[in-house]
Design a protein around this ligand. Sequence first.
Ligand code: SF4
Length: 617
Amino acid sequence: MSSGLSTSNTATTPETTAGTRSPRRKTSHLKDVPETLELRESLRDRCAEIAARIDRSVPMTKDEMEQVARRTLEEADLPEGYLGWMMVMISSEFWKESLAAVPPERRLFLLPHCLKHAEGCPAEYDQFGMNCKECGACSIADFRGLAEEMGYRVLVAEGSPVVMKIIVGGYVDAVVGVACLNVLEKAIDKVLLAGIPCMAVPLLSSDCRNTKVDEAWVDEMIRTPFVPAQKVTRSYVHLMRAAGNLFKPENLDTLAPRIRTRGELGEDAVRMAEIEGMDAISATEHIAYDFLSRGGKHSRPFITLAAYDALTGGHGTGPEADTAIADFPKSVQRAAMSIETFHKASLVHDDIEDDDAFRYGQPAVHRRFGVPTAINVGDYLIGLGYRLLSRSSDDGVSSEARVDVLDALAAAHMRLAEGQGSELLWRDGKDRHLTPLDALKVYALKTSPAFEAALMSGVRMAGDAEPYREAIRTFSRNMGVAFQILNDLGDWIGDDTNKMSAGGDVFGGRPTLLWALALQSLPEEQATQLLELADSDCGLSDSERLQQVRKLYEQADVFHIALKLVDKHQARAEKVADEIDVEELRRLLYFLVDTVLERPEMPAPPVVKIGVTASLG
Ligand code: SF4
């Protein structure tokens, strides 16, 4: 190693445009931790120097962090293996000032349970993680004690989904954490892209048992003093929260007041017993509003609000974000609600078409009230979706704009139904032949219109949308297709938080690109074998069928071909983003690319689990 890290004075925000972004790849060889404390400390100091010179008005993307980390390691003549560790250090130093601007009682402190004394730890677990008994056998008790004393919320748990829920739910505004590089790699994507101040100290190993950490660094990180910020790094978290808050009962009643029912929309989903006690006419409204106020990632309303914000100055991501968003015209808020209401209607109908048992961890609407009532609730939600746009609000948004948004949503609704329809006909038909082009056509109809309608609604509410119409259509088409391919790849991993079943493509008979690519590139004999495996009476158990299909998919190399297609569609979407002249809108499109097109980590050879499909949420 050279005698000290050389100083290059050109470190500003590295440029990332379409084609310069690194393809997604395996990263296990990039997760070494520098062996000595002395080396770790000199590298951390170097990261602090570099971060101090980086423009912090907007969050760094993962690619930008990688470029800075790589250059720093090359300058210090250090191995590439430290890359993951360096990226965590650079990102922590980048966010340090923004984190200091968040008072400790608004910070979340995350600890991994693998720090515990594995042999004798008496701690118990609940749905929020581990409850340390402070026996003192490991550092968790001390760290937790110090953090709670300062006012932090502390969780001894892992996994970005719960963290994102806590952040978007508005419970905290910053995260500090201790975790191994594997967990930090997954967390970094989501938390940082949303522009949430986050610092972390990596564990010294990823052994998952009796792990160790630089305790002095963790202590120092927890004690980061509260210093109100001079400058704020832009963040989408406020718009994400605003999208979720639209469906809180108090906002539902303000923006879309109920006509027939009053009273609380409860914690537990409404059930037949409760409905039987109501007058029949009010029941439909009650079930519909109950479902509307429940679950979901609210991606569509977020996109509509963010697109509107991007074309009205971008104040919703800046220092006065909450005030700016609160001043959004009611028509804009209703347009954002409307697109989610149409989406919820299609989910009620989808669950019937696929006979899915659960939605948002609850029995699906048709499982609680029967198919006829569920169909009717879906129709009610469609009507409510139109009503949210038809009513005027005297808030400066023209009726022409509302009609144009109505038209965009209606067009999207019809195309989504065409996509769903073609999938249902294929599923219920006998012929299992499918070409990749057929599958891609269905994908472009099934998901792209949702992106397009969400973006166009926000853009049109902000003013003339014509200059952006073609760009948004091309961007959305490529995003939708890439997302759907990733969705099918994810089917081979399993995500049981949304629909508690797995392997949906083969068992559910969905026309997927993976199936089409395999049929196209397998030799005739194997292609015939694949077609036979689609038949549940082929004499094999579900797990045997799944293993056989996976073998044929791997023989046809469909997983890698599919990932390459994702890269191609992503590059096309990024090319569109690069041609957008409004910086806030360009940044939003890149944010969507980075957050929506997250690659699944392709699994090792199959551990058979039965049936999965992830949705846009
Ligand atoms: S201090 Fe807490 S986490 Fe550590 S071993 Fe004891 S009970 Fe377990």
